[in-house]
Design a binder for this molecule. Structure first.
Ligand code: BV8
Ligand code: ZN
Length: 265
């Protein structure tokens, strides 16, 4: 059956990857900051442009960083929140929602704290989008965990809001370095990783743990690992198939070939 050759310099790999995805029964898709790059949200490592270039994100995204300068951390998150809210889903996000509809079981695990996957239409499955590192759009008390609904005036405040329950500082509901992953989400994610037959990894440098171990765990359980990234990373090196390029280009092409294969079956 002649497939229309996808317009990609890596047509061979794309066709192979599409065949694997078209035959898969349980797909896990693991995304990182790269999937949101084409929406204008700087990736975690190059997010340090301009104002923030002289700060280390690992410092800011930590209890120590928050304790040292809660105002600086609060303003960093308010600026990132503004960028996320202004960002629209790109063709990569949209292709993932359509791929999910073609697959019997599709679990989306994201390391991103933005809500762009949801706004693209992902997450309509029972589990929704598994935010393994939390969400920048939600807030809670740093001490008692009491949920906080952000008020417009609090976005431009120099300091974080105060918890209504215990008067401690409010922080974004993200997982900081040195903090444990959310238990329920992590259990759901690790079960999906253990049971999948394909793991599609998109836009992650694969350097943040324990999530960086999950492609290896999937592969050890017999899954095929496909990596989508414009550059080589430890994940592209271990992947069974490496599709080099931006997600916004590769994923729609991949989806098109999967749809052709599905239609011909
Ligand atoms: C924990 C929320 C323990 C905050 C984030 C071994 C085991 C366990 C832990 C560790 C370990 N070794 C070290 C640790 C500690 C630490 C860690 O991993 N450190 C690293 C730096 C060495 N891990 C932790 O602290 C974790 N917690 O282990 O707790 C514990 C247990 C019990 C009790 C207490 C404690 C928690 C880690 C979570 C940190 N929080 N985010 C916030 O966002 O502000 S991580 C943050 O960085 C992001 O969420 C994301 O996960 C990560 C950045 O990674 P990427 O998404 O990959 O982004 P990056 O910019 O790096 O790369 C982007 C990629 O996209 C690039 O490859 C680029 O080429 C590509 N790209 C660019 N354009 C495109 C593209 N791809 C496709 N298309 C494009 N157009
Ligand atoms: Zn509190």
């Amino acid at each position: 059956m002649m497939l229309s050759t996808p317009p990609s310099p890596f047509a061979e790999n794309i066709t192979q990857a599409a065949q694997v995805l078209a035959n898969a029964s349980r797909i896990v898709c693991l995304t990182g900051a790269g999937v949101s790059a084409e929406s204008g949200v700087a990736t975690f490592r190059d997010a340090q442009t301009g104002l923030w270039s002289h700060f280390n994100p690992q410092q800011l995204a930590s209890q120590a960083g928050f304790a040292a300068d809660p105002g600086l951390v609060w303003r960093w998150y308010m600026q990132r929140l503004q960028t996320v809210e202004a960002a629209a889903p790109n063709l990569g996000h949209i292709a993932l929602t359509q791929l999910a509809q073609l697959t019997p079981s599709f679990t989306l695990i994201t390391q991103n704290v933005d809500d762009i996957h949801e706004r693209a239409g992902s997450g309509n499955s029972t589990e929704g989008v598994l935010h393994i590192h939390g969400s920048i759009t939600q807030f809670r008390c740093n001490v008692c965990g009491f949920e906080h609904v952000l008020q417009p005036f609090e976005r431009v405040q120099a300091l974080p809001p105060i918890c209504r329950q215990c008067q401690q500082l409010v922080r974004p509901a993200v997982v900081w370095f040195g903090e444990a992953l959310p238990e329920r989400v992590s259990a759901l994610a690790q079960r999906a990783v253990a049971q999948c037959d394909v793991m599609l990894v998109v836009g992650t440098s694969g350097v943040v743990y324990p999530v960086a171990e999950w492609p290896y765990a999937a592969q050890q359980n017999g899954a095929t690992v496909i990596d989508v990234n414009p550059i080589c990373t430890p994940i592209s090196a271990m992947a069974d198939l490496f599709l080099q390029g931006p997600g916004g280009e590769i994923l729609p092409t991949l989806l098109e070939v999967v749809q052709q294969l599905r239609a011909s079956n």
